[in-house]
Design a protein around this ligand. Structure first.
Ligand SMILES: [Zn+2]
Length: 239
């Protein structure tokens, strides 16, 4: 991963728009069509409303019923404006960085960031928590922005490994450091509400970069999370 160049002339160093999805590894980019953003949001909602109505009719539902009549439109609006709004780069959070005036050189941990995503294989919810740590390399990010980065990438059809990596890669890019760790612990409703109907399992994925590749740093982070240092996590280590 290439570190971006930035200056300390003012507090706003770089906006997210300065970074394209080029910073993400190709295989971990959300698979998108080349014409993904040629339609307006309004046109997309009209399309989805039409097709979702067809799905409901095919299931045999009576769309003249007062309770069901507005559902296709509601679903279309929810898809485009809410739960899949993170597909569109125009909704990427604007990130301002601040100079690390206190020269704080230890890790900063933001834990228990609740998110709602959707499994791209079944289009049912993934509900989880993301835990983020980074060691500032001259600049720091507002805490609420860590949350917004998680929400942006969660609002896509996702797989948990990709969500973890997209959050991590984006933070590395905007913070200008590889010293980033991300742990995601989530319940997949496609596992609990259908299929094997396992309501107790959760899936943990983790990314450790830079200084967090060292066991001591990694374990310190995991201790803050009250996760056992040797918990069974699916580790994604960027080489
Ligand atoms: Zn699924």
């Amino acid at each position: 991963m290439s570190n971006p160049s930035y200056s300390f002339d003012n507090t706003l160093l770089l906006t997210d728009d300065d970074y394209g999805d080029d910073h993400l590894m190709t295989s971990l980019e959300t698979p998108m069509r080349p014409d993904a953003f040629e339609l307006s949001d309004e046109a997309k909602m009209a399309n989805i409303e039409h097709h979702f109505r067809e799905i409901m009719l095919t299931l045999g539902l009576d769309l003249t019923d007062d309770s069901l009549r507005g559902t296709p439109k509601r679903v279309a609006k929810m898809y485009v404006q809410e739960i899949f709004s993170g597909l569109n780069p125009k909704n990427k959070p604007k990130i301002a960085l601040f100079e690390n005036k206190y020269a704080y050189r230890e890790m900063l941990v933001e834990k228990d960031i609740t998110f709602y995503s959707n499994c791209e294989h079944h289009f049912v919810p993934i509900i989880g928590k993301a835990h983020i740590a980074y060691i500032a390399n001259g600049s720091v990010i507002g805490l609420s922005k860590l949350n917004r980065v998680v929400q942006y990438f969660a609002k896509r059809p996702q797989v948990q490994e990709r969500l973890t990596m997209q959050i991590a890669n984006h933070l590395c890019a905007i913070l200008g450091t590889d010293d980033v760790a991300v742990v995601v612990d989530a319940h997949h409703l496609c596992v609990s509400s259908r299929g094997v109907q396992d309501v107790n399992s959760s899936t943990i994925t983790a990314y450790y970069g830079g200084a967090f590749l060292k066991e001591a740093r990694k374990n310190e982070f995991l201790q803050y999370l009250n996760l056992p240092a040797k918990s069974k996590v699916s580790e994604i280590i960027q080489s």
